[in-house]
Write a protein that binds this ligand. Sequence first.
Ligand SMILES: Nc1ncnc2c1ncn2[C@@H]1O[C@H](COP(=O)(O)OP(=O)(O)O)[C@@H](O)[C@H]1O
Ligand SMILES: O=C(O)C1=C[C@@H](OP(=O)(O)O)[C@@H](O)[C@H](O)C1
Ligand SMILES: [Mg+2]
Length: 192
Amino acid sequence: MQIADTAERVRDRLKGINLYLIGMMGSGKTTVGRELASTIGYGFCDTDAVIEKVAGQSINDIFKSEGEQAFRELESKVLGELSAYTRLAIATGGGIVLRRENWSYLQQGLVVWLDVPVEILLSRLAGDITRPLLQVPDPAGELQTRLAQRQRLYAQADLRITVTHEETPAQIAARIIETIPTVLKPPINPEN
Ligand SMILES: Nc1ncnc2c1ncn2[C@@H]1O[C@H](COP(=O)(O)OP(=O)(O)O)[C@@H](O)[C@H]1O
Ligand SMILES: O=C(O)C1=C[C@@H](OP(=O)(O)O)[C@@H](O)[C@H](O)C1
Ligand SMILES: [Mg+2]
């Protein structure tokens, strides 16, 4: 079946609930999230982009001037506000899973973990200067340590999409759409 047909069926079955993308920095939440939204006919939002807009500063500058704690507070506030909407694919920041209160919002939707090995994250983020937590002498070690701290939290997602080799964002979005029915309640069929 064409992905467009599958996407239409899945959108109907979702009944407007939001899709939240979680996972490590570089796992493709922003890129795949945008693709997922357009394929399924949802709006797209990125918590980091909204934070930058409301703060009037880049993520780097927020970390520098206010610190991580202040960033996390803004992040929870933005997540809470976005979760009041429906029919959105929401790309989150990699650390969204760290706060318990964030889960009360995430759990209102369907949570998708993009599980991507550290080697791929590193190759994608080589030379990136927009992620303050990776501006350290050993970004590989930093990613490993943070993944070890967060893995059990990411594992709370409804859906785990494992990326073992490079696939295009469109292919990953299609894979998410095809897998969503496995975690939804089966449709009611009164004839059975
Ligand atoms: N499936 C993919 N294949 C190749 N490159 C990708 C893929 N997904 C994301 N990227 C690239 O990896 C980098 C990080 O992606 P991004 O969507 O910003 O990740 P996140 O939001 O999870 O941090 C970007 O340069 C993006 O273009
Ligand atoms: O993992 C993290 O703690 C962070 C991930 C970033 O978003 P991406 O996951 O989109 O890179 C951004 O929210 C901030 O730099 C902190
Ligand atoms: Mg992102």
